[in-house]
Design a protein around this ligand. Structure first.
Ligand SMILES: Cc1ncc(COP(=O)(O)O)c(C=O)c1O
Length: 367
């Protein structure tokens, strides 16, 4: 049995009738960009996450960029982020005209910490951009305390953690702004690109709404340079159908993770992912560490056995050629890039497949 690392099709199959009806209704509505369908979805996301505002944009990358711009990040500023993330988390800082500064990660959770963020701050730091990597975040109470001490804005990259909680709050609603992605592989995945900004701050929400629509206050009246970054109504209509199921899907991910944990803990040379005490892990990825230089060999033997697996991330962002001139050093992230391997993880995957994956990992490690 081939097992892909991710498979969005069972979610479609489970909700097929409702999704197809929503698509047909939207086609008939004639309103394809923003409009009532997007407004309804924005209100539903705000309610689901427990925040005042949700602003639909056309990708997670744009959500980050517009959030940074709304937070007042501009040329000459520095924004501190993680080196162990998808490139977009840092790219948006450069697109805003600022300079990314990289804070090293905790080796157990792969997240930045308030301490590593603080040691990367300088007098030019304007904002912190923690990335909630693989489905869990750093301790946001500590991150917020740091931001308050230094007068910084906090933009949470929630692309990989839609719905995860810390205490009574959902990630993306704890800092000043949260940036979510609805890319099809995400925990709440659409059928194309899409993104959302969340905030409890009325003024920041207003600024994000302006920026996503060419800085237009009213028709033919532009007070600033903005973007064309609107959520498609088709994505909103389809995501509206999926939203009520995302918590249950995240619980399914946690069940698969618990099975992997039981079957893979204590294997020599392999470390299962650790859940930080301060919040949920919703396993956007289930990522193990394989030491001793064996990671690539294990990856190849899993692939030969038909088990999908991926290295997220093989190169830390500060080692990307475009950022080489920054001369950043993040040894923990660099080491993680040599050891990490993400295993299949998707709702409806089921125990039988998870057991097959775990057996293949054990076999690959032993050989
Ligand atoms: C951590 C992180 N940040 C940002 C993004 C960008 O999201 P999108 O692909 O929707 O632009 C992604 C998605 O790949 C991501 O994983």
């Amino acid at each position: 049995m081939q097992i892909p690392i991710y498979n969005p099709k069972p979610q479609y199959e489970a909700l097929r009738g409702e999704l197809e009806q929503a698509a047909t209704d939207l086609l008939a509505s004639g309103a394809y960009v923003l409009g009532p369908t997007v407004e309804r979805f924005e209100a539903s996301v705000a309610e689901h996450l427990g925040c005042r505002h949700a602003i639909g944009v056309n990708s997670g990358t744009d959500a980050l960029l517009i959030a940074l711009a709304a937070a007042g990040v501009e040329p000459g500023d520095e924004v501190v982020t993680s080196p162990f993330t998808f490139f977009a988390s840092a790219e948006v800082i450069s697109l805003a005209g600022a300079t990314p500064v990289f804070a090293d990660i905790d080796p157990h959770t792969f997240n930045v910490t308030a301490q590593t963020l603080e040691s990367a701050c300088t007098s030019r730091t304007k904002a912190l951009l923690p990335v909630h990597i693989f489905g869990q975040g750093p301790d946001m109470a500590e991150v917020n305390a740091l931001a308050e001490r230094r007068g910084l804005k906090v933009v949470e990259d929630v692309a990989q953690a839609f719905g995860a909680r810390q205490g009574g709050q959902r990630l993306g609603t704890i800092g000043d702004l949260g940036a979510h992605s609805f890319y099809p592989t995400k925990n709440l995945g659409g059928f194309g690109d899409g993104g959302m900004i969340t905030t409890n701050d009325d003024a920041l929400a207003e600024q994000c709404r302006l920026l996503r629509l060419h800085g237009q206050v009213r028709r033919d009246y532009h007070t600033q340079i903005g973007y064309n970054s609107r959520l498609d109504a088709m994505q909103a209509a389809l995501l509206q159908v999926k939203l009520p199921h995302v918590d249950a899907w995240n619980r399914q991910r946690q069940e698969i993770a618990a099975l992997y944990d039981r079957q893979l803990t204590d294997l020599p040379g392999l470390r299962t992912p650790q859940v930080a005490p301060h919040g949920d892990h919703i396993y956007h990825q289930y990522t193990v560490r394989i030491s001793g230089g064996h990671r690539d060999r294990v990856k190849e033997s899993l692939q030969a056995a038909g088990i999908g697996c991926m290295v997220y991330y093989s190169v830390p962002v500060h080692h990307q050629p475009v950022y080489a001139h920054l001369n950043a050093h993040c040894p923990v992230a660099e080491h993680a890039c040599c050891e990490v391997l993400s295993l299949p993880m998707w709702p409806y995957m089921g125990e039988e497949r998870a057991e097959q994956v775990a057996a293949a990992v054990r076999q690959a490690l032993a050989s």
